[in-house]
Structure formats: structure tokens, C-alpha cells
Design a protein around this ligand. Structure first.
Ligand code: SF4
Ligand code: SF4
Length: 436
């Protein structure tokens, strides 16, 4: 919900919606006829998976011998294609499509491995589980984790995914939390909840003494950076991450995934998400990871017209996708369909220096300057002189921009390009060190 000042002098405020108005029971989507899994990275020779290979539900799939990245198949079937896929900012991916069999077979590898309840087992099998549990962060000796933050709220507006998980999967959350504490050795847990969810959230951790804290209702209070500053009293430096301060974030769904996986001896493959329709009516959905979003639209009677926009994520931070073949991913918390009539077109008008973006920016970034340099491709200047890395990517500046500039997209592209440059420099340095 947006609140604007009558006189137009105060900046607009966005309040997080509650779960009120969201049906309690999710629409359960059947297993798809065809599933798709995306692997980050360029296509290489000698893939371990090829067309015609059979895969089972719960099977761990690695594409290349030397790769750390894996997906967990959510279906049983036959690989029908392995092909390049282009993501945001032209980022390369490999798309593996699977024709799904009617008869389901479950892979047993995790059932055996899960008897050994260790961090290594969790890292080896649960990175692709719903909510994407971030388990690698516990293995860095230079950044020991002292505190786990378990978030019962969603970052963006209108999303009701994590509150639903808290209401529906408390046993799995508690089991997951006690496993996480055991395998990581981290005892300090802070549960973040909205005021309305306090009663449910207070059941997390039972008697084991977790700290329960209430997040503010004004967007972007549920962002990790805002929680670090406002609740933990540890503001992040520009470009810094929570792990640098010994803190890591888990969504309620990620913790429930850990509990379900070790409790059942099976990796969960069904993602909960909020479908936000054109009239902003919301439906909770449970669909297997890899399900094309078209299947969800069909099951929920959503018609997508040519000019409508499909957004993966919430209204302020989501990314548009152009194909209904796009699959549900382990971190897809919401899918939003924006009516073509309501899509506010971006323009190529120049900045008029109205200052709206600067006034609304919660990170106090000089957005009007950052966007000039990002637009010109001068990303280093935007970072070094105009505080690009303080941006927390909340998307508010784009929403208020008088000139309708795609500021948020410019900023995300700039950060992506700088990250690519840094990776290339690191690779060159490593090659030079090897040659020396
Ligand atoms: S997205 Fe825009 S408003 Fe939000 S933190 Fe970044 S620069 Fe500021
Ligand atoms: S809101 Fe848009 S037009 Fe106004 S100063 Fe910021 S970038 Fe320029």
C-alpha cells in the first residue's frame, strides 16, 4: 500500500501488506509435462548430461566434471535438450529440459547420505532446496558465523510466502533449526517477524531461547541491510555483506527445507510462492521447482496478454521475463502479472534533477549522479565517487523517477558489469601467478 502526502512534500511511503486477503490454502500445481532446470555459466564440451539420459526425482545433477554447481531434479523423466539460455544482462546459462514420465522414481543417494547429519551433507545436497539454504557461508574460516537470522518475512511488497511457511510448516522449521544449530555449531538465533506474525513466530525454537524481534512495517525494513542496521545495530559498510559481520540470513522456507530433508530422507522439491494477479489479487501456489510458469497460469486461470508484463519477484525488485517457459526456481518467492495498461513505460528522457530519487533513497545514495554515470557506462566512477555500492537495490528510485528513467536497471547492470570485470581481473591474476 502506498501513502502519499496530500501536499506532495513528503516522500511516498510503502507499507508491507499483511497476509490478510491471501487464501490460507495454496493451489497445488501437478507435476509438469516438461520441466526445465537452469545452470549458471557458459556451455562447455564434455557435459556429463546429454539428451536421452534418464533422471529420477531428487537426483543431484552436475553438468561438468569440475563444477561445484548442481541442481536437484524435481521430476522423473528423460532429458530432451541441453541448450544455452540467456538470463538478465545477457548472463549465460545452460537450460536442461526434461520430458516428465508418469511413473515417478525417487533417487536414493540422499536417503543414504542423510543418515550422516553434517554440514558437508547439507552443502552437498541442499543448495537447490526451496528457499536456497545458504550453507557454504559456514565453511569460510576468515568469516566465522556467530549468529543465524531466521526471517519470517518477505523482502518485497505483496509477498506472503514466508508467513505461509511459518503458519504451515512449524514442525519442519523447528527441526531444521535444531539441525542447523547442530551442524554449524551456531547457537545464537534471531527470529525476525512482523508484528502480526508474532504469535506464530514465537513458536520457533521452542524453549531453546531464540531471540524474537519485530521488523518495521515500512518498506524496505525487511531487507537484510535494514535489519542489520535497525535491529542488529550493525550497519553494513558500502558493498559489505552480513557474513563479514558474522551473521547469515535464512528464510523460514530455507530452514523448513533443511528440516524436511533430514526428517524424511528426501530433498524437498516443491516451492511455495505468491502469485500476484493483474488486479493485485494474490494466491499462494505450491509447484515443483522447474515447473514452467505457464502451467501455474493455466492452473490458476490467469490469462497473460501480449502487452502484459510477467515479473519474477515482487513489484519493486522483481525482474521481467519474456517467456512463459521460464521455470520456478528454488528462490522464486513470487510471480506477478502486470496488466499492459498499468505498465509504466520507461523513457529515454534525461534526468530533470527533480531530486525525488535522492529524497526517497533509504541508503542516501546520490541517485541522480549515480544514474548519469551508469547510463554513460562509467561504472567505476559511479562506484568510486558516487557510492553505487551503498545501494541496497530496493527499487524505490525507479518508482518515483519523474523522467521515468529505468534507474534500478541501470544500477543492477552497473553492479553486474563491475562484478564481471573483477572476476576477469582475478582470473588473469591467477593465470599470471601460475605462469610465473
Ligand atoms: S534502488 Fe535506488 S532508492 Fe533503493 S537503495 Fe538503490 S539507489 Fe537507493
Ligand atoms: S527522480 Fe529521475 S529525474 Fe528526478 S533527479 Fe532522480 S533520476 Fe533525475
Amino acid at each position: 500500500m502506498i501513502k502519499r502526502s496530500f501536499f506532495g512534500l513528503a516522500k511516498p511511503r510503502f507499507e508491507y501488506e499483511t497476509t490478510d486477503g491471501v487464501p490460507g490454502e495454496p493451489e497445488k500445481i501437478s507435476a509438469p509435462g516438461k520441466a526445465m532446470f537452469l545452470f549458471k555459466g557458459e556451455r562447455k564440451d564434455a557435459a556429463l548430461l546429454k539428451t536421452g539420459d534418464k533422471i529420477k526425482t531428487g537426483q543431484k545433477i552436475v553438468l561438468y566434471e569440475d563444477s561445484d554447481t548442481y541442481v536437484i531434479s524435481s521430476v522423473t523423466g528423460t532429458v530432451s535438450s541441453v541448450s544455452p539460455y540467456v538470463g538478465d544482462f545477457n548472463a549465460p546459462y545452460i537450460a536442461v529440459s526434461v520430458s516428465v514420465d508418469d511413473a515417478e522414481e525417487t533417487d536414493e543417494q540422499f536417503a543414504d547420505a542423510s543418515k550422516d547429519v553434517t554440514l558437508d551433507t547439507a552443502k552437498d545436497f541442499l543448495a537447490f532446496a526451496p528457499g536456497c539454504p545458504s550453507l557454504d557461508v559456514f565453511s569460510d574460516p576468515d568469516r566465522p558465523i556467530k549468529t543465524i537470522i531466521l526471517s519470517c518475512v518477505d523482502k518485497d511488497l505483496l509477498i506472503a510466502t514466508n508467513p505461509y511457511v511459518v503458519k504451515s510448516y512449524m514442525d519442519q522449521i523447528n527441526q531444521g533449526l535444531s539441525i542447523l544449530k547442530k551442524i554449524t555449531g551456531v547457537d545464537h538465533v534471531v527470529v525476525i517477524s512482523s508484528q502480526k506474525m508474532m504469535k506464530d513466530a514465537s513458536a520457533i525454537g521452542g524453549a531453546s531461547g531464540v531471540e524474537l524481534r519485530v521488523v518495521g512495517s515500512e518498506y524496505p525494513a525487511a531487507f537484510p541491510q535494514a535489519i542489520m542496521r535497525n535491529i542488529m545495530g550493525k550497519p553494513l559498510p558500502a558493498g559489505g555483506c552480513c557474513e563479514d559481520m558474522g551473521i547469515c540470513f535464512f528464510s523460514a522456507e530455507a530452514v523448513a527445507s533443511v528440516g524436511k530433508a533430514f526428517g524424511d530422507g528426501q530433498i524437498p522439491v516443491t516451492k511455495t510462492l505468491t502469485l500476484i494477479n493483474k488486479n493485485l489479487k494474490r494466491v499462494l501456489v505450491e509447484a515443483r521447482i522447474g515447473t514452467p510458469i505457464r502451467d501455474i497460469f493455466n492452473a490458476c486461470d490467469v490469462t497473460v496478454s501480449e502487452k502484459d508484463r510477467i515479473i519474477i519477484g515482487g513489484p519493486l525488485t522483481g525482474s521481467a521475463v519474456y517467456s512463459e517457459d521460464y521455470p520456478v526456481m528454488p528462490d522464486t518467492d513470487a510471480i506477478m502479472i502486470q496488466d499492459g495498461e498499468d505498465v509504466s513505460l520507461v523513457s529515454d528522457y534525461p534526468c530533470v534533477n527533480c531530486g525525488e530519487c535522492v529524497r526517497i533513497c533509504p541508503a542516501k545514495v546520490p541517485v541522480n549522479m549515480v544514474v548519469r554515470f551508469c547510463e554513460a557506462g562509467e561504472y567505476e566512477t559511479a562506484a568510486d565517487e558516487y557510492d553505487l555500492y551503498s545501494c541496497i537495490e530496493c527499487g524505490l528510485c525507479s518508482y518515483v523517477c519523474t523522467a521515468k528513467m529505468p534507474i534500478f536497471q541501470h544500477i543492477r547492470l552497473a553492479k553486474y558489469e563491475l562484478c564481471q570485470i573483477a572476476a576477469e581481473e582475478e582470473e588473469t591474476e591467477e593465470e599470471e601467478a601460475t605462469d610465473a
